[in-house]
Design a protein around this ligand. Structure first.
Ligand code: ADP
Ligand code: MG
Length: 355
């Protein structure tokens, strides 16, 4: 088992900076999810850890040993790809045992025992004699996971392994990968562009954009305390409500709700007026059916609602703002067409620098 440390790692390809001064540490046995939009540098970062790319600047450490110049085959880091990359004309058993045979350390009996052990963990033990061409997408993905972990590598890199699976299967595999990872205690980096997958799976989440880590923290931290506007826009479904505002003198004022201006008390050092973006999560929007007046509540009509089991989302359509969403308990007697009073819960308001 292993720790992984990136020390100011930059990777440039001619005129593209794919990874820009990335600095973090992955703990032993941790499952870190690296999440960000397509093209933000996730694969390049993973390949740099694996040893398939050499950083332009900075260093990679595994267990505090500098491995920056050590080739991939000597790093003992397993990589699983989105497109499975299995040998199509071999059986499941042959695919999973391939790397073990290449290593040449175990005899046939030991190889067989180890493959069966892993296949059982992945629930593919009854498929070992099948050809790869006879498998479903989900089964292929299990085989490619098995092939990677059968050698008991120091760390496990998963590059969007679930991207080609349909939604139900993906949910199921998310849980299974976490279960497998916890059971083996193997230090893992799982890459995805899907924020909900990241939330479900990660011990910690690194949000990446434009080659840079925007925030690294627990799912709760990234969700409730986004470090900047990019993270606030990227994480959550629905995401945080974000509206232009002005802050000063311990108040944040939001125009743009038609004629009304909303004023919310905040604690801030800012003197005078400054433009900010006010963020508030839908669960931190208070909704009441009476009209308390006093300039701290907005009267708005519920444009439509969405049922999500224990909760419902109420969508508002205030003029000048794309969308404003409140989460209420499903038992609340409020819904589409109702006029209600709404305000952000004052101590749950986030202020961001405008982009
Ligand atoms: P992601 O996996 O997040 O989609 P990548 O790491 O694949 O992102 O790519 C990050 C950036 O680096 C992109 O702009 C991509 O075009 C560029 N890039 C990646 N690999 C190469 C390469 N071998 N040569 C040139 N540019 C590359
Ligand atoms: Mg990629």
């Amino acid at each position: 088992m292993s720790t992984i440390r990136l020390d100011n790692v930059t990777k440039e390809f001619s005129d593209v900076t794919a990874v820009d001064d990335v600095d973090f540490e992955i703990e032993d046995s941790e499952l870190l999810v690296l999440v960000g939009p397509s093209g933000c540098g996730k694969t390049t970062l993973l390949r740099t850890i694996t040893g398939l790319e050499t950083p332009t600047e900075g260093d990679v450490y595994i267990d505090e040993n500098r491995v920056t110049d050590i080739p991939a085959r000597k790093r003992d880091v397993a990589l699983v790809f989105q497109n499975f990359a299995l040998f199509p004309h071999m059986s499941v058993f042959e695919n999973i045992s391939f790397n073990l045979r290449m290593q040449g350390d175990l005899d046939d009996g030991e190889i067989e025992a180890r493959v069966e052990d892993i296949a059982e963990m992945l629930d593919i033990d009854d498929l070992l004699q099948r050809d790869i061409s006879e498998l479903s997408g989900g089964q292929k993905q299990r085989v490619s996971l098995g092939r990677a972990i059968v050698t008991n590598p120091a760390a496990f890199m998963l590059d969007e392994p679930l991207a080609n699976l349909d939604a139900n299967l993906r949910d199921q595999m998310e849980t299974e990968i976490v279960r497998l990872q916890k059971r083996l205690g193997i230090t893992t980096v799982h890459v995805t562009h899907n924020q909900s997958e990241a939330m479900t799976m990660g011990d910690r989440i690194a949000v990446m954009n434009d080659g840079e880590i925007q925030q690294l923290g627990s799912p709760e931290t990234v969700f409730y305390e986004p470090a900047n506007l990019f993270v606030a826009r990227f994480i959550g479904s629905p995401t945080m409500n974000l509206v232009n505002a002005t802050v000063g003198d311990d108040r944040v004022r939001v125009g743009g709700f038609g004629d009304a201006t909303l004023s919310v008390p905040v604690e801030t050092d800012i003197v005078g007026d400054r433009s900010v973006v006010l963020g508030v999560r839908p669960e931190h929007v208070a909704v009441r059916q009476d009209d308390p007046g006093g300039g701290e509540w907005l009267s708005m009509e519920v444009a439509f609602e969405e049922f999500h089991g224990a909760n419902r989302y109420l969508f508002f359509d205030p003029p000048g703002i794309e969308e404003f969403v409140a989460q209420v308990d499903s038992s609340e007697n409020v819904g589409t067409g109702d006029r209600v009073s709404v305000r952000p819960v004052p101590d749950q308001v986030h202020l961001f620098d405008p982009a």
